[in-house]
Design a protein around this ligand. Sequence first.
Ligand SMILES: Cc1cc2nc3c(=O)[nH]c(=O)nc-3n(C[C@H](O)[C@H](O)[C@H](O)COP(=O)(O)OP(=O)(O)OC[C@H]3O[C@@H](n4cnc5c(N)ncnc54)[C@H](O)[C@@H]3O)c2cc1C
Length: 284
Amino acid sequence: MIPAAFDYVRASSLAQAIDLLRDDPDGTKLLAGGHTLLPALKLRLASPALLIDIAGIAELKGIEIGEAGIRIGALTTHTELLASEPLNEALPVFRQAAGLIADPQVRNRGTIGGSLANADPAADWPAVMLALHAEFEIAGSKGLRRVAARDFFVDIFSTVLEGDEILASIHIPRPNAGTCFIYRKIRHPASGFAVVGIAVAMRLQQSVVTEISIGVTGAANHAFAGGDAADFLIGKTLSQENMDRAAKLLGETTACLSDRYASAEYRANLLRIEIRRALLALSS
Ligand SMILES: Cc1cc2nc3c(=O)[nH]c(=O)nc-3n(C[C@H](O)[C@H](O)[C@H](O)COP(=O)(O)OP(=O)(O)OC[C@H]3O[C@@H](n4cnc5c(N)ncnc54)[C@H](O)[C@@H]3O)c2cc1C
């Protein structure tokens, strides 16, 4: 449980961190909250030559609530997302999801940017980002680029981030008035990670679904948007029959993971149950 030797630099700006990353992308790791990276170092699952501590970079911090949208710095901790009143007013799903992450120790140190960049298939934030149509601002030696959440997650622990890139911030468009949200998950009893987690943003007008987006985590090798189920529900009421059909679609179109804890069949069943529960909660 002792990491291999590494050099350590505490970066004071985004530009400095990118310069250091560019010098040796394969041998360098960024350190944010450290709640994934430090255990990995101790278990020698990662042995970088250089650790760049980005925790002090001011440009990567803060929650800004604007007219058109919301900007969240990558270094914002789960606890800050849980505690922010303005964010809770604009997008209550943040408080809901943050409160379900692990325990206060993890929430106090872990960051949303670290969670998204790490792309654990069972992490909570990716589902929420997909349901909210988030875009990620990525900074690298070639400048800034924006990537939609639906295009960001590539595979287990894999994203579109290049070796010299840093996830800088998250941008979420303001939802239309009347949009309601939910995030719910079946927790792994030991870690608290999602065996299956579902985020839904939905707008009903006279009991008919006029807008809906669904983000799913835990079920497959990376988080994904439940597009077919969402498309099916547009223009329909949340009748038992329509919810069952949407749940079936979601189960059928997902290539579920299978591991020691949950078989693919079990996860597909949880998926069907959780989407029904989420829709039911939003319909009442
Ligand atoms: C006991 C325990 C229980 C947990 N339970 C849950 C849970 O229920 N749900 C959940 O979602 N998560 C859970 N987590 C994970 C937790 O949320 C971590 O905080 C998170 O995965 C990583 O964030 P971090 O800031 O600690 O990142 P770090 O550990 O510092 O970094 C993680 C990885 O991301 C890279 N990285 C970090 N920041 C950036 C950035 N801005 N740009 C590019 N790359 C970056 C690092 O180089 C590293 O490879 C748990 C962790 C522990 C230890």
